[in-house]
Design a protein around this ligand. Structure first.
Ligand SMILES: [Zn+2]
Length: 83
């Protein structure tokens, strides 16, 4: 499975209702802890969602259920993956 793009990870993170953290322009792009310019949280790069872990996928499943979209998701997944 291909890794998700940054745009895809952003969309899923926002779907979870979480902040898509942003660095100020003077913070290097990777490798260090930074403070998000929007929510002011200290962000550890390793803590960003990859959506390749059971925990991330579980959060998405819970959100789909909360939003009443689980059945729709299952129908879509069956259409896409079962052909
Ligand atoms: Zn943030």
């Amino acid at each position: 499975m291909k890794p998700l793009t940054e745009a895809q990870r952003k969309r899923l993170t926002l779907y979870l209702g979480e902040c898509w953290h942003e660095r100020s322009c003077n913070v290097p792009a990777s490798g260090i802890v930074y403070r998000c310019v929007k929510c002011k949280t200290a962000v550890y790069p390793i803590s960003e969602h990859t959506f390749t872990t059971y925990e991330d996928l579980g959060k998405l499943k819970e959100r789909l259920v909360e939003n009443g979209e689980w059945d729709l998701f299952c129908a879509y997944a069956a259409y896409v993956f079962a052909g």
